[in-house]
Design a protein around this ligand. Sequence first.
Ligand code: ARG
Length: 588
Amino acid sequence: MDKILSVLTKELEHAFAAAGYEPSYGRVTVSNRPDLCEYQCNGAMAAAKAYKKKPIDIANAVAERLAGNPLFDEVQAVMPGFINLKLSPEYLAGYLNQMAVHPKLGAQEAETPQTIVIDYGGANVAKPLHVGHLRSAIIGESIKRMGRFFGHKVIGDVHLGDWGLQMGLIIEELRDRQPELPYFQQNFAGEYPAEPPFTLGELEEIYPAASAKSKEDEAFKERAQQATLQLQSGHPAYRALWRHIMNVSLPDLKKNYNNLNVFFDLWKGESDAQPYIPDLIEDLVQKGLAYESQGALVVDIAQESDSKELPPCIVRKSDGAALYATSDLATIMEREKLYKPNRYIYLADKRQELHFTQVFRVAKKAGIVKQDTSMAFLGFGTMNGRDGKPFKTREGGVMRLEALIGDINRQVLSRIQENRTVPEAEAMETARMIGLAALKYGDLSNQAAKDYVFDLERFISFEGNTGPYIQYTAVRIQSILEKYRQQYPERKAGEILAAASSGEKALMLELARFGEAMEAAFGETAPHKVCQYIYELSNAFNSFYHDTKILAEQDESRQGSWIALITLVRRALGLALELLGIEIPSHM
Ligand code: ARG
């Protein structure tokens, strides 16, 4: 089915043509003056320039052609040349009835599905998962879900940081603590133990201790760097330790991401890219792109159009070590070999912008990806505390994700226990769903690139632009539908009839733009647009509901129409929340 804006635009195009003008002036948009009209067309203003006429004359001529058109209740040409449109309630009802039998409520799948690799999550193995990685996971998951909704083949890769200095730090800290381990014996010839020399709990304590030590102890830091380099060049004992670190960390990471309802297709990491590095470097050298500079190997990426000077991309340090960029380039080589994506989307802190600009440019320059492959970096801002500084624990430390989620759930649980609206047996699970909605929506409702303040009080409120408010609206509709089924078990939801009130029409207009809103959100990789839409839809529903006694209505077909209408609202909220990775509890 066509989106409503396309339907309206087609009508206007016909009218422009019939009045003797280029049809392309007929583009219709949602009104920015909802007090005056529902939709508008501003084409007469542009046409006026081309045809050297007064805009209002063109607008009037077009409006005349639309007189009696069954789609519109009102077509008005107003100064200086706007065409204001109001839909006919019958047409609008018919459109919603069509939506009701469409699996995606009128949202259209892409004509040519793409293969999209989305690189998000980005946790660093053996370092605690903290709120910095939260945004990447939450936003990336939503974009992945949107891509699938529109029929694309989306491959989500967690791209773990599993090959960096943290590994050397852990190795050296372990040596200091347990020098007798076989991994540290010079001439050890046997098999390394299958059991890891640490538990998850110990590992979680080892890394921060090592990291702190390296800041005070220069020699220790150097040892850690050496160990990292040796690990990367294949040192058997360090490789064995690395495998233990991975085996102990990964199940915990998976558990954490599962708790967030974040699911990756690929659990690859920087380490998987290592085998591609020698070919990458050779290729860059052979193509004459990489050259030596102060002992390092670099590739120029500056372009004339740059507004500021961009430094070259370093692909090998003077000590021979590969860098972050090297590993990202090598990863692209692997992705090209395995998946041939049409599009790459990377999520990371916006301070990594230069890094990704460098990587993308080298990838294109060297022909690792095709020129028409889209490579996008979605940089996000910082999650701040109420003091406006990056979010910390009360003691000033880095907040661990698990602790944060635990805090949220406890607060939500005590609130729903106060309300006494959720059966006791469901309380924990409901608190989890609401808490996660609070956290995710609090993040997703902001433009990704902006910093935002983590305000738990506000995020968990059932009122205002919050996740729980949207969930609450959906739950409320569910409960009306259940009561209706109990009261009238023999009745089926009817056809949606023309709106009987302005509140009802406003709700119907919101519903009608579901497909457009979702498409715009994915087109701009902007989950906040999904939030904006469902917030407005929820508001429209709640004010309609406030004015309408659905269950007490005597006119059976009117009641059936309302039931069909709110069923559609419920489905729209469900689909949109699914795109955000938010579940809907059965009671709230
Ligand atoms: N591990 C990185 C970090 O914690 C994020 C990885 C982002 N993805 C990438 N392909 N570079 O900052």
